[in-house]
Design a protein around this ligand. Structure first.
Ligand code: URA
Length: 200
């Protein structure tokens, strides 16, 4: 098998991978304990050839019930955030670091993330986005750097395996603390400029 991409987290993506193969491999996953308590595995949604990918932390209650990422209150805010810069779910791909809901919405544990992230690596390789936006500290720590500080480093651009990458506050954090919203507006405008460069 030929390998084309390898990042520091995980398994390489194969050139012969396909969405069908990935969905089949991932369905019924019991790589970690979260598989025992889920209602639905939340695979991901959106444009499979998007320029921009949003990566959150893990499914919450509504996502677990409906099997789709960001469909609860945080998801409604994410939709609004995207709308501000002309994006919607048909234009981006949305997924999470872990595909099953952690009990009581706790942070996914390092071993749960490690067990799951290979699926996400394959999604990233298949979408092949130019830009990745990490929503919140946990997602940014998994791909940008383990000591990522969301309060200091949100809105900054990084290189992640040759892709432009930025973290924003998680929409749940913006629901809890609306005073962070002006900073997020600036980050969204920066994202909009970065997208515009792709088509310049
Ligand atoms: N929070 C996340 O990080 N992901 C979701 O899908 C929903 C809420």
């Amino acid at each position: 098998m030929d390998w084309i991409l390898e990042n520091e987290n995980n398994a390489p993506a194969a050139v012969d991978d396909t969405w069908e193969k990935l969905r089949a491999d991932c369905a019924g996953c019991m790589n970690c304990e979260l598989g025992r308590t889920r209602t639905h595995l939340v695979f991901g949604v959106g444009n499979e050839h998007a320029d921009v990918m949003f990566i959150g932390e893990g499914p919450g209650e509504q996502e677990d019930l409906q099997g789709e990422p960001f469909v609860g209150p945080a998801g409604k805010l994410l939709d609004t955030m995207m709308e501000i810069i002309g994006l919607d779910r048909t234009k981006v791909y949305i997924a999470n670091i872990v595909k099953c809901r952690p009990p009581r919405n706790r942070d996914p544990l390092p071993d749960e993330q490690a067990a799951c992230i290979g699926w996400l690596d394959r999604q990233i390789a298949l979408v092949d986005p130019a830009i990745i936006v990490f929503l919140g500290r946990i997602a940014a720590m998994a791909y940008i750097k383990p000591d990522f500080r969301i309060t200091k480093e949100h809105g900054q651009w990084f290189d992640v395996a040759g892709r432009r990458a930025m973290a924003m506050y998680h929409p749940s954090a913006l629901l809890r603390d609306p005073s962070k919203r002006p900073e997020t507006f600036v980050d969204l405008k920066s994202l909009q400029q970065e997208i515009a460069k792709l088509h310049a």
